[in-house]
Design a protein around this ligand. Sequence first.
Ligand code: S3P
Length: 437
Amino acid sequence: MKQPLTAVPSARLFGRTGVPGDKSISHRALILGALATGVTRISGLLEAADVMATANAVAALGAEVTKSNGAVEVKGQGVGGLHAPSAPLDFGNSGTGTRLMFGAVAGHDIEAEFTGDASLCRRPMGRVLAPLTTMGLQTVGERATLPLVVRGTRDLLPISYDLPVPSAQVKSAILIAGMHAPGRTTIRESLPTRDHTERMLGFFGAELTAEEHDDGARTVIICGDAELQGAEIAVPGDPSSAAFLIAAALICPGSEIVVEGVLTNPTRSGFIATLREMGADIEELDRRLEGGEPVSDIRVRAGALKGVNVPPERAPSMIDEYPVLACLAGFAEGETRVEGLSELKVKESDRLAATAAGLAACGVEARVERDDLIVVGRGEVKGGGLVATHMDHRIAMAFLTLGLGAREAVTVDDASMIATSFPNFAKLMTKLGAEFR
Ligand code: S3P
């Protein structure tokens, strides 16, 4: 059932808070933990519906997942040690869980049915099935969308693959499958995508090299027949969740907040870089390394923003932050042109269309030109609209954030999907001074 929620124009936000664990790292910790030998202990795991779907899938494939002293433990089965599930694996709303798990199942002599909710069943799986079938995964039937039955093999072949789309999910699925194949599996990406799988594989003891080229492209090579050793993983705060708090503080006059322990991996930092270009008052405090990933406390103060051009090559490093950036652009002075957004069309919803429609509903002038979004900033936003979220958690949170800084309250038609990535979104925002009803 749909759960509408309204964000009320709010006074200043003030205070310090953490955010839940990073979603990308949480999925990877569960899946690689299942493929390691021994126990992997994960602290700060994101306990949201998407990650719980992956935890259930990992358990259904034979790796026991338990909670112990505030952390989550995965009893690894070793590379190649997963079992056939006795029921379909239901990934809910999660594209990341689905695509990474295709890579894990590929190297096992098992059959598994993958399914999910209406949004996930519309999303393209051909991008991950194409390289994995070259390696030896079989699909039953011709479909390239869920529900789908796949059959893995112990005789997977290594491949050399140029990613046709800049997708960390596709890269990660191939890397995970590549661990099960003999020899070297090579992946080239023309734009660097998030590198958590590479970092975590190295941390678990896999043999892997990553080379950056002068033109910004990257080559990643994983050596097959890998052995992973269970490890302790501390999951840092999710920058894609922090983005909503940061944005709210920028547009509610007089705000000053600190978001603690946020992942600042350069492959995820495009949003902060863009905000700086817009003139935002943002500081990274106490930079440190936690569990092999860079982390900072981020201090934000409200202030004037100006429109900017966001180049297409920045897309992978802020792909999930575009809806909230577009909302912020309405509060800036001048036009913001965001280029190269084709991948936004295949997220939990068509985010390019949903963002443009949401902006129009809130009185912000915006237009889509091919794969670009142009937002006309007027220094303030009227609000007052009803925004259609299309089963998309980030569309819901982006427009609730906009409502906090607008002149009139903004209602989203369904806030229930927020539980997929940031269940305590409204609670944390309220603690800082935001108002919802
Ligand atoms: C993710 C990669 C991105 C991102 C998604 C999480 C990941 O998708 O949008 O929310 O954890 O690898 P693509 O890799 O398909 O762009």
